[in-house]
Design a protein around this ligand. Structure first.
Ligand code: CA
Length: 229
């Protein structure tokens, strides 16, 4: 089997070196670009299955690369950045990045995220739009609009079901408040995060064992939500 190809766009040599060798030890084929211009070339020519991207690059901003890559590829993009503000994260995720890891980071955590995103990407490309999805004791039949917990049917309103479907489609990824509001309620509602809070609370109430300590419908503080896959 061919090794999955990963591209690291990172200007700091010691970080790039550690990440590259850890990923190679884990069985990936890894390329590194030290800046935006090389990153663009490598992304277009190596066809990476996943990209790890630093935002602060010497010749520009990493977010520009997300824009470029998204015009031709769905490869997961994990942002690695020293910028800790929520705004930077939200901007990157809104542009189509899949995940955000703040520096300093643990290599174990990065490897776990890489595995999760590659698994998700493979599932999506090898199965037809899957209509069955389950987590814990919850099963969702999206085509028929049927959700069960512990084998008994759970009634969801139309909007609750829509939110659940959007979370399932983006499972494993951080979805920003704006993305979720736009996808579920429409573009006119992106400034109304309280709708989202209310409906997330309802989904947790209906589908989590303990809604106060959710295991699947995770909050990414200041950013959005993630359905743990
Ligand atoms: Ca940097």
């Amino acid at each position: 089997m061919q090794k999955p190809i990963i591209l690291i766009v990172e200007d700091e040599d010691h970080i790039a070196r550690v990440v590259k060798s850890s990923l190679e030890d884990a069985g990936y084929e890894v390329y590194r670009a030290p800046g935006l211009a090389e990153g663009r070339i490598e992304a277009a020519t190596r066809s990476p299955q996943l990209i790890i991207l630093d935002l602060g690059l010497p010749d520009g901003d990493g977010t520009d690369l997300i824009r470029t890559v998204r015009s031709y590829s769905n490869a997961p993009v994990i942002i690695l950045s020293a910028r800790s503000g929520d705004e930077a994260k939200v901007e990157a995720l809104d542009l189509g990045a899949d995940d955000f890891i703040a520096k300093p980071f643990s290599m174990t955590e990065l490897l776990a995220r890489v595995r999760a995103h590659l698994r998700r990407a493979t599932t999506i490309s090898t199965t037809n739009p899957s209509t069955q999805f389950s987590f814990g004791d919850v099963t969702c039949d999206l085509a028929h609009g049927i959700v069960t917990k512990n084998a008994s049917e759970v009634h969801l309103t139309k909007l609750e079901f829509r939110l659940l479907s959007v979370l399932i489609a983006g499972r494993g990824r951080v979805l920003t408040h704006r993305q979720l509001l736009a996808d579920v309620w429409g573009a006119a509602y992106v400034e109304h995060p309280h709708y989202l809070r209310l409906y997330m609370a309802r989904l947790r109430q209906k589908l989590e064992d303990n809604p106060a300590a959710p295991k699947y419908f995770m909050t990414e503080t200041g950013i959005g939500y993630r359905l743990k896959a």
